[in-house]
Write a protein that binds this ligand. Structure first.
Ligand code: ATP
Ligand code: MG
Length: 400
């Protein structure tokens, strides 16, 4: 039986268990999975009933996709079935600090490791049943990312020696269908690794050990600023973040060198502004969820950086412009009879790949179409429907 994606969980679905017998998925979830994931059978059953566990069957992989966290098990965890049961845990959320100085001292022990935070999208790469797959945040295999990651990096040796490890990193660059940002050292598309974790336990390697391992295999790490004493490092980190911001770079992630304490993130004013700019290009689709948190970050950053006078004014102007200008541009566009849409460009080898990618986006609930296929590139148009509808309505005198 070939169950449909995203539909009710196929209770009668049987799979070839690594032990050699045919096992029903339902039995597997209720009887075996609790022990593997150290959850109770009731927890898993409850999740299954609420629709938070889905059967996933794409690109030759049968898996159980965990869409909402269950106890310690993160959303985006994939239980991959096949030659053996392989668990790729979801990538943990990274909390944010608003006041660097006090947060560092409260959160970390004596030392911290500082790395650059790259602005792209989170990808976990693992070898499952002899194939190397790239998973996006929610635990979906992205066909584009899987293909590109394999072209950009030679991971064969690494996975031959370390089949139990998962490479976690950021896909970055302009040819990036999710978060497109230009970096001079990256250009169109590249990958930067910020974590290496164990399958099943999700235990990360210590920072320096991870960096050394990546170097041995010629795999590309994120930029490393060094190990610092936690006390009194805030000033230096603020300087680094200020300089990163001046180059329109996103910020930093601060880590426990042993990776036993969860990391924290801290971002530049320019990153906040550029996210606001994006959100307010589509105000009725993205404006609200983006707005409040970015403005709050700016308030605390300005305070901690001790700004006054001109510095403060530059910041105020940057936030204001990043909200008002893109919104005005979109209002003008709709007034001109156009629609609010964003065009993403991806490299493809055949038109089918573009269709595949759109099908994947739609499965995530995104309204997208293939706009154009030309010279090995596809333009994918993503529509922001509420923005078009609402602005159109207000332009015609509709009331707010
Ligand atoms: P979340 O905090 O849940 O990940 P988010 O999508 O808002 O949510 P970001 O604000 O971008 O994520 O911050 C966390 C993400 O930053 C990580 O999931 C990872 O993809 C990315 N990242 C980039 N560089 C690093 C780095 N050096 N170390 C860790 N994560 C990094
Ligand atoms: Mg990000």
């Amino acid at each position: 039986m070939q169950p449909e994606r995203g539909k009710k969980f196929p209770e009668q679905f049987f799979f070839e268990h690594p032990h050699g017998s045919q096992v029903s998925l339902k039995d597997f979830i209720e009887l075996e999975l609790p022990e593997i994931l150290q959850l109770s059978s009731e927890q898993l059953k409850g999740s299954l009933e609420r629709g938070n566990i889905k059967f996933y069957n794409e690109y030759g992989l049968d898996a159980i996709q965990i869409r909402k966290s269950i106890g310690q098990i993160e959303a985006g965890t994939m239980v991959c079935l096949g030659q053996k049961v392989d668990i790729i845990r979801g990538f943990p959320k990274i909390r944010r600090t608003l006041m660097l100085g006090p947060a560092l001292e409260k959160h970390f022990s004596q030392k911290i490791a500082l790395e650059e935070k790259m602005n792209g999208y989170n990808v976990r790469i693992a070898r499952i049943n002899d194939r190397i797959y790239a998973f996006t945040r929610g635990g979906y295999i992205c066909p584009y990312t899987t293909k590109k990651a394999n072209q950009l990096m030679d991971m064969e040796d690494f996975f031959n020696q370390h089949p139990q490890l998962v490479i976690c990193g950021e896909m970055v660059g302009t040819d990036n269908p999710y978060v497109s940002q230009y970096y001079p050292e990256i250009g169109q598309l590249d990958f930067r690794i910020f974590d290496v974790r164990e399958k099943l336990t999700n235990i990360p390697l210590p920072v320096l050990k991870r960096r050394k391992l990546l170097e041995e295999y010629g795999l590309p790490p994120v930029r490393f600023f060094g190990i610092y004493d936690t006390r009194n490092s805030a000033g230096e980190i603020l300087d680094i973040v200020r300089k990163l911001g001046e180059k329109d770079r996103e910020g930093v992630v601060i880590k426990d060198p042993d990776m036993q304490i969860p990391p924290l993130k801290y971002t530049s004013s320019q990153a906040h502004a550029s996210e606001l700019e994006y959100a307010f290009s589509y105000p009725f689709d993205l404006g609200q969820p983006f707005f409040f948190s970015r403005v709050i970050r700016e308030g605390f950053q300005s305070f901690e950086m001790g700004e006054s006078g001109a510095d403060m004014q530059i910041r105020a102007q940057r936030i204001g412009e990043s909200i008002l200008y893109p919104m005005l541009e979109t209002i003008r566009l709709i007034a001109d009879g156009k629609v609010a849409a964003e065009d993403l460009e991806i490299e493809i080898d055949s038109p089918a790949e573009a269709d595949d990618f759109v099908r994947y986006l739609r499965s995530l609930g995104v309204i997208a179409t293939v706009e154009e296929v030309k010279n090995g590139k596809a333009v994918i148009r993503r529509l922001h429907q509420s923005t078009s509808d609402k602005i159109g309505n207000f332009l015609n005198g509709g009331l707010y």
